[in-house]
Design a protein around this ligand. Structure first.
Ligand SMILES: [Zn+2]
Length: 363
C-alpha cells in the first residue's frame, strides 16, 4: 500500500528501483512514470496472464493468487496501478513488480514491456486465448522431476500393479505408458504425501513435459472429485503433448491426457495429439504459437455440453480448427474400448476435411 500511495502522490518521477527493490538500478533508474501511469492498467496486464477476472469488487479485480497457488478463494486484488494478495502470501506491488515477479522478466525487459503500447485484445479473443505462460521455477522442476522418476519406478514395481492394470485397462500399451513417463504414488485417494518437500496427491502421475521443461505433474486419483489433482506449484496452463507438434501439419485436440495418449498410440502418424486437460481449460498464446504451422487442427472433445462449449472456444480462434466426433461412445477412450478403430476414424475425418478444402478452398 505504501507503494501505491507513493505512485499516487509523487508526481511524475519515482525512483522505480526503490519501488521494485532492485537496488542495483538505484542510481540510474529514475524513470518517468507518467507514461506508466497513463498507459498501463495493471488489470489488463494481469488479465493477459490469468484470464478474465472471475470476481470484481469496486475498482479491484479479483483472481486466485498465483503466487501461493491459491485453490479456494480469490485473494489477489488488482487495481489499475497495483496488486495485493490478501491471502497466505501477502505479496504486493505495481506493474513492474508483476512483470518481474510473475512473468519473470528482467527489470529492463519489464520497462520495455511497459513502454510498448498496450495491445487491445478483442473480447472474444481474450476469452479464447490466454497470454503467455511460463514453466515453474527451476527448483520446483528439479524436485518434481525426482518425484516423477520415483513414481515411474513404483509403477513398474509390484506396488504399482493395480495402477498399471488400470492404465492397460484403459487401452494404453506399456510402450506408451513408458514413453509418457506415467508413474504411481501409492496411497489412499484422499491422501497427500510430502515428497521432496512438496505436497503430492496419491494416484497416477502424469508429467507435463514440453519445450524442455516440466510444467506440471497431474495426478489421476483412484476415486473422489476432482478426479485430477496436481503437485502444488505446477503450471497446467500448458498444452500436454506440445512437443509432438514439431514439424507436424495436423494436430488433434483431445479432452484429457489419457485420450491424447491413446490417440497418439493409435493414430500418432496421422496427427499430433495434444490436450489442454479439460474442455474448460483455455489455450495460452504461448502454445497457440506452436500450432501456426498446422493446416488442420481436429478437435475431438466429449459428446456433452462442456465438450461442445470447449470446442466452440477453439473453433472461434481460427478456421483451421475443425470439430470431429467419435462414431460411438462419449470420447476417444470409450470408442476404443468398444472396439472402435481410432486410426480409420481419424483417417476418414482427414479425408473428408481434404475433400471439403478441394471443393471450397481454405476458409
Ligand atoms: Zn497470495
Amino acid at each position: 500500500m505504501l507503494i501505491l500511495s507513493r505512485l499516487r502522490h509523487k508526481s511524475n518521477f519515482v525512483i522505480l528501483a526503490f519501488v521494485t527493490g532492485v537496488t542495483k538500478f538505484l542510481e540510474r533508474s529514475i524513470v518517468d512514470t507518467q507514461h506508466l501511469k497513463e498507459n498501463c492498467d495493471l488489470r489488463r496486464l494481469v488479465e493477459q496472464d490469468l484470464g478474465p477476472a472471475p470476481l470484481r469488487g469496486g475498482r479491484a479485480y479479483l483472481w486466485k493468487c498465483p503466487f501461493h497457488n491459491e485453490h479456494k478463494g480469490f485473494s489477489l486484488a488488482v487495481w489499475a496501478n497495483g496488486y495485493r494478495c490478501f491471502g497466505a502470501c501477502d505479496t504486493s506491488g505495481d506493474a513492474l513488480d508483476w512483470l518481474t515477479n510473475y512473468r519473470r522478466l528482467s527489470f529492463t525487459e519489464a520497462l520495455r514491456a511497459l513502454g510498448e503500447p498496450t495491445v487491445t485484445v478483442a473480447p472474444t479473443e481474450r476469452k479464447c486465448l490466454k497470454s503467455p505462460s511460463e514453466p515453474p521455477e527451476w527448483n520446483w522442476q528439479h524436485r518434481a522431476e525426482r518425484i516423477v522418476s520415483q513414481a515411474e519406478e513404483t509403477l513398474w514395481s509390484e506396488m504399482g500393479e493395480p495402477a498399471l492394470n488400470y492404465l492397460i485397462g484403459r487401452g494404453l500399451t506399456t510402450r506408451i505408458i513408458r514413453t509418457a513417463r506415467l508413474g504411481y504414488v501409492p496411497g489412499d485417494f484422499r491422501q497427500w504425501r510430502v515428497i521432496e518437500g512438496m505436497d503430492v496427491p496419491c494416484g497416477i502421475t502424469i508429467p507435463w513435459l514440453a519445450a524442455g521443461a516440466l510444467w506440471a505433474v497431474k495426478v489421476r486419483r483412484a476415486y473422489g472429485t476432482p478426479k485430477y489433482q496436481q503437485i502444488k506449484g505446477g503450471n497446467v496452463n500448458g498444452l500436454y503433448g506440445a512437443d509432438q507438434l514439431v514439424d507436424r501439419d495436423i494436430a488433434l485436440f483431445c479432452e484429457g491426457e489419457f485420450d491424447a495418449l491413446l490417440a497418439r498410440q493409435e493414430a500418432g502418424d496421422l496427427a499430433a495429439a495434444v490436450t489442454l486437460s479439460s474442455a474448460t481449460a483455455i489455450l495460452s498464446s504461448r502454445w497457440y504459437a506452436e500450432l501456426t504451422h498446422c493446416h488442420t487442427i481436429l478437435v475431438a472433445y466429449d459428446r456433452d455440453a462442456a465438450g461442445q462449449k470447449g470446442a466452440n472456444r477453439l473453433l472461434s480462434l481460427s478456421p483451421r480448427f475443425s470439430p470431429i466426433q467419435v462414431p460411438q461412445g462419449k470420447d476417444v477412450g470409450e470408442f476404443y474400448m468398444q472396439g472402435g478403430d481410432v486410426y480409420s476414424w481419424i483417417e476418414k475425418e482427414l479425408a473428408s476435411e481434404r475433400k471439403e478444402v478441394l471443393e471450397n478452398g481454405y476458409p
